[in-house]
Design a protein. Structure first.
Length: 228
C-alpha cells in the first residue's frame, strides 16, 4: 500500500493537564457504554496496554465505505468523555497498489484509565484477545446490535457474524449464547477465501426476532445489515 496522507486532526499532548490517580479512578463507564463495548470487542477493535504497570486505553477504527461514518461518530461521541479535552480523531488515506483505488480509515484513542484495565483483564490473556467465560452474562441485546454493526453482513436471507479472531471452542460458546439467551437459530460457516476462518450464521427463521432485539440500538445507515 502507498500512503498519500497520514493522521489528520492529531493534537499534541504538550501542556495537556494530566489526571491524578483519584481522578482516573472516578471515571466509570455507564451501563449502555459497557453493553456497547462488549459488542465492539467481539469485533476487530481493541483495548491496548502499553506496559504491565500502565492502565489500558480503548482504540476504535473504521475503514471503507462512507455509510460507516455515522457509526464512527456515534462511538466517538459515546467515548468522548474518556478522551483528553482537546483530542481529535485520526484520518489516514492511501492508494492500493493492487487496485489503484483510494482508501481511508478514521480512528481515535481514549486516555489510559482503570475502568478499561478492569475490562482488559476479562478480554485478554497473554496480550491476546479472548472471549470471556461469562460472555452470556455480558452480552445484551444492545451489545449484539453493536456486534452486528461492527462485523455483521447480510448473507442471503440470514446474517453472518465474523469471529475470525477466536478459537473453535470460543465460537461454540458464542453460538450457545445466541441460541440460549436470545433464542436465535445459528450454525457455523467456513470462509474459505480467508483460510477457512469461522463465521456464525443466524438463520432466516430468526431474523425477525433479531430485528426486534437490535433495531432500537442501531444507527439508521447500518439497518441494511438486518433488512431484506
Amino acid at each position: 500500500m502507498c500512503y498519500t496522507s497520514v493522521i489528520l486532526f492529531a493534537n499534541s499532548t504538550k501542556n495537556i493537564k494530566r489526571l491524578n490517580s483519584i481522578e482516573r479512578n472516578e471515571i466509570n463507564l455507564p451501563d449502555n457504554i459497557n453493553n456497547a463495548l462488549v459488542g465492539i470487542l467481539l469485533s476487530d477493535d481493541h483495548l491496548q496496554r502499553r506496559s504491565l504497570s500502565s492502565n489500558v486505553r480503548f482504540i476504535f477504527c473504521q475503514s471503507g465505505k462512507i455509510e460507516k461514518r455515522p457509526y464512527f461518530d456515534l462511538i466517538y461521541f459515546m467515548f468522548r468523555f474518556c478522551c483528553t479535552n482537546d483530542s481529535e480523531y485520526y484520518i489516514k488515506r492511501w492508494i492500493s497498489k493492487k487496485k489503484g483505488e483510494e482508501y481511508s480509515s478514521i480512528s481515535f484513542a481514549t486516555k489510559q484509565l482503570p475502568c478499561f484495565t478492569k475490562i482488559y483483564s476479562l478480554w485478554y490473556l497473554n496480550k491476546k484477545k479472548i472471549v470471556p467465560t461469562n460472555i452470556e452474562e455480558l452480552l445484551t441485546s444492545e451489545g449484539l446490535a453493536y456486534w452486528i454493526m461492527e462485523d455483521g453482513s447480510r448473507q442471503n436471507l440470514g446474517l453472518h457474524l465474523s469471529v475470525y479472531a477466536f478459537t473453535w471452542q470460543k465460537v461454540k460458546l458464542l453460538m450457545s449464547v445466541l441460541e440460549n439467551k436470545f433464542d436465535l437459530k445459528c450454525s457455523c460457516h467456513i470462509h474459505s477465501s480467508i483460510g477457512g476462518k469461522w463465521r456464525i450464521y443466524i438463520w432466516e427463521k430468526s431474523m425477525e426476532k433479531l430485528k426486534i432485539l437490535v433495531t432500537p440500538y442501531m444507527v439508521r445507515s447500518m439497518l441494511y445489515k438486518i433488512q431484506k
